[in-house]
Design a protein around this ligand. Structure first.
Ligand code: NAI
Length: 352
């Protein structure tokens, strides 16, 4: 079997940090193990020309959301041997799922592998925004001591209303971690969680518009699908409370790029944070890099060292199952048997 992995570059850190499994050089720790079994493993960072060269002879393709190879219909058409695309991580929107279904290619991701890592990043970024952390940090770095300037925009999180869009694995972990802050929790999802879970999380359901109008902080935790692309457009961003904060660790394209820049320049939102952009890597002149009051990072929340170990193990397990003719864990499947099967994605695809 020929396995091709398109992963982010580790450069000079790869050798020094063998636990940096997610980079192309260390190739999820799977290269030696699979080569010993007689398989060919190619790891690359070039997601265009070099990947295209290998596509016609690739059986299994590994991609990662942190350095996404955008697997378009055109690329799928070139990959006549391809039967499995694995996402090293969670979130397979960089793959044309309709085209994969039509070509009977299975798409699977390592469900749950980095959900704690992301939830922790969300809590960190909510606190960074609400407490006005980055201006305070930059003040120190610039030799300043401007207490008034920083304190004028610094709040307690306690008693604030926090809304979660997409109460799945990450959303529920964000809620669990925020509970001890004594916030009021709300969520919007296309289905309700059980009343028992609502009671356990002390969280209430609101429509998306109610959530926008009532919450001081919103965290986006739903997948990018045809139903969520551009969901946070100018209208929805304007419907958010003046002075609210928005954190998006889901996918950049869920928020309309230009609409966000406009609303941030108008000062309607007090802050925006997250780690996801479109496209990725974000070009040096991406307008979110320079818009006011943001606290963004590159796409790193789901690739802590612990997360890398979990998704690397998951990728290896999927490949071994495929080689042994055993089915891939049902929870991992996004596309299988010619259709989108993941409950978090199929809703949007069935409705088209
Ligand atoms: P999940 O599948 O457990 O939960 C997603 C939730 O979103 C589900 O409850 C689903 O019903 C809901 N949802 C789907 N479409 C919706 C819509 N149109 N409106 C409202 N809710 C909707 O997925 P999980 O593990 O919580 O991950 C969520 C997303 O977070 C991933 O799809 C991925 O895009 C992103 N992610 C980002 C990472 C990062 O490093 N920044 C790492 C892992 C995931």
């Amino acid at each position: 079997m020929k396995i091709v992995a398109a992963l982010y570059p580790g450069n000079d850190l790869a050798e020094k940090y063998p636990e940096l499994l997610g980079c192309a050089e260390n190739c999820l720790g799977i290269r030696e193990r699979l080569e010993k079994q007689g398989h060919t493993v190619v790891a690359l960072t070039d997601r265009e020309c070099e990947l295209d060269k290998h596509l016609p002879t690739t059986d299994t393709l590994i991609t990662t959301p942190f350095w996404p190879a955008y697997i378009t219909r055109e690329k799928i058409q070139k990959a006549s041997n391809l039967s499995l695309i694995l996402t090293a991580g969670v979130g397979s929107d960089h793959i044309d799922l309709a085209a994969a279904s039509e070509h009977n290619i299975t798409v699977a991701e390592i469900t749950g592998s980095n959900v704690v890592s992301v939830a922790e990043h969300v809590v960190m970024q909510i606190l960074a925004l609400v407490r006005n952390y980055f201006p305070a940090y930059h003040d120190v770095m610039n030799g300043g001591w401007n207490i008034g300037k920083i304190a004028a925009k610094s709040h307690d999180l306690e008693s604030k209303s926090v809304g979660i869009v997409g109460l799945g694995r990450i959303g529920q972990r964000v809620a669990t971690r925020l509970k001890p802050f004594d916030v009021k929790l709300y969520y919007y999802d296309f289905h309700h969680v059980s009343t028992v879970d609502e009671a356990f999380l002390n969280i209430r359901y609101l429509s998306l518009l109610q959530l926008a109008a009532n919450c001081d902080v919103i965290s986006i935790n739903c997948p990018l699908t045809p139903a969520t692309k551009g969901l946070f457009n100018y209208d929805l961003l304007s419907a958010m409370k003046k002075g609210a904060y928005l954190v998006n660790t889901a996918r950049g394209a869920i928020v309309d790029t230009e609409a966000l820049v406009k609303i941030m320049k108008e000062g309607h939102l007090a802050g925006y944070a997250g780690d996801v952009w479109y496209p990725q890597p974000a070009p040096a002149d991406h307008p979110w890099r320079s818009m006011p009051n943001h606290a963004m990072t590159p796409h790193v929340s789901g690739t802590s060292l612990e997360a890398q170990k979990r998704y690397a193990d998951g990728v290896y397990e999927c490949i071994i199952r495929k080689l042994e003719g055993r089915p891939i864990d049902k929870d991992y499947l996004i596309v299988d048997g010619g259709k989108v099967v993941s409950p978090s994605y199929s809703y949007a695809y069935e409705k088209r």
